[in-house]
Design a protein around this ligand. Structure first.
Ligand SMILES: C[S@@+](CC[C@H](N)C(=O)[O-])C[C@H]1O[C@@H](n2cnc3c(N)ncnc32)[C@H](O)[C@@H]1O
Length: 372
């Protein structure tokens, strides 16, 4: 996921990602009204070229398929223009699961396919969103959810924590600087791709005004729990200090001020490229697993269903931190022990565990007077 992270980082494949991340889908569903309202503000008849949709960092496509069905229906009601829908992600993503979903070939999810939408052409790209992916002016509506917190490189390795939320001093400054640089790169690439009058709708992980972020909204801190169990393996001699350090997520949860900064400065390269912020707000999506526990589900069952959702997106950070000279079975065993310890922790004292999502929703327009 980070373009030069310690190893190829990816969501678990074969549709596992979207089957185990209900919260991500709920956040995307919350973006549907923003997408539809953005569409309303767009002049669809203005061009004879296809209406280009991009879904940046789409994983297996399962979490955003309902959004695309709704968007495509709204588009078809207003225009007969050809539509392209391109899913992007990193090269190691399970694009095969994505294509099977799109063509209605995933067992139990056949009805979700898009093959029968008239005049729709679907594609995929394995180019990072830290680069320009599409030719200039060919995207009309770009969507991205829960992906741009992944940085293009790991700016520091943490000795006692696994995430920037636990970084301090120079390490924290390095993460902050990398996140600012990447954000500008992401936006400038999109400024090129977007057609004049086009829109971007993003739902990005953030740190909100309460200082809350993914997995910490006042209860047990998910990243601190990851760090505790990874340190536990180190302290037990199961992993080395270097393997501890290498398990640092190349991620950063930007604040609203950090997201807004390139737009609030009229002289910034992003403003000069013609991008204007139309909407920006934060929203917490409650963890559906924790909600089931709160509704009376036994703690052990909560732990058994909740920890796989963490595993679906975090596993490769831990597995690729392990010395690749270790036999595969040994690496698998260490990672299994790690998640088993997390699960036992939750089962023993479930109260306060959960992965609430904290997103910054943004709608961005490409100004008709833009120079790019
Ligand atoms: C948590 S998943 C989100 C998937 C989906 N958008 C959703 O909201 O459910 C994050 C996705 O972003 C992708 N990703 C991370 N860095 C990326 C990059 N530089 N370029 C493209 N995709 C990236 C990951 O591979 C992963 O599939």
């Amino acid at each position: 996921m980070a373009d030069d992270a310690p190893g190829p980082i990816r969501m678990r494949g074969a549709g596992y990602y979207s089957e185990h991340t209900t919260g991500a889908k709920l956040a995307i569903d919350a973006a549907i009204p923003l997408v539809l309202a953005a569409l309303q503000r767009m002049d669809l008849a203005a061009s004879a070229t296809p209406f280009g949709i991009a879904d940046y960092g789409a994983a297996d496509g399962g979490t955003s398929i309902a959004l695309h069905h709704t968007l495509l229906a709204a588009l078809r009601a207003r225009t007969e223009r050809a539509i392209t829908l391109t899913y992007t992600d990193l090269p190691h993503n399970d694009f095969s699961a994505l294509f099977r979903l799109l063509h209605g070939l995933l067992p139990g999810r056949a009805a979700l396919g898009l093959a029968d939408v008239p005049g729709l052409f679907t594609f995929a790209s394995g180019t990072s969103f830290h680069r320009q992916i599409f030719p200039d002016g060919t995207i009309s509506l770009g969507f991205s959810a829960t992906a741009m917190h992944w940085l293009s490189r790991l700016p520091a390795m943490l000795a006692e924590h696994v995430h920037a939320v636990g970084a301090e001093g120079g390490d924290l400054a390095a993460f902050r600087a990398q996140a600012a640089a990447d954000w500008e790169t992401i936006l400038l690439a999109r400024a090129h791709e977007l057609s004049v009058g086009g829109r971007l709708v993003f739902a990005n992980f953030c740190t909100d005004a309460n200082g809350h972020y993914l997995g910490w909204t006042g209860g047990q801190n998910m990243h601190a729990t990851f760090a505790k169990h990874w340190r536990g393996l180190r302290d037990a001699g199961a992993i080395t200090g270097e393997e501890m350090r290498r398990a640092t997520f190349p991620q950063f949860y930007r604040t609203v001020a950090e997201f807004r900064a390139p737009f609030d400065d009229p002289g910034s390269p992003v403003s000069r490229a013609g991008l204007r912020l139309e909407e920006c707000f934060t929203r917490v999506t409650k963890c559906p697993y924790a909600e089931r526990f709160a509704a009376g589900q036994p703690g052990a069952e909560f732990a058994r269903t909740y920890v796989p959702t963490l595993r679906s997106w975090s596993e490769t950070v831990f597995s690729s931190a392990l010395d690749q000279g270790r036999p595969e079975a040994e690496r698998q065993d260490i990672v299994d022990r790690f998640y088993a310890a997390y699960e036992a922790d939750v089962a023993a004292a479930p109260e306060g565990h959960g992965m609430d999502y904290v997103h910054c929703f943004m709608v961005i327009a490409k100004d008709p007077t833009a120079g790019v």
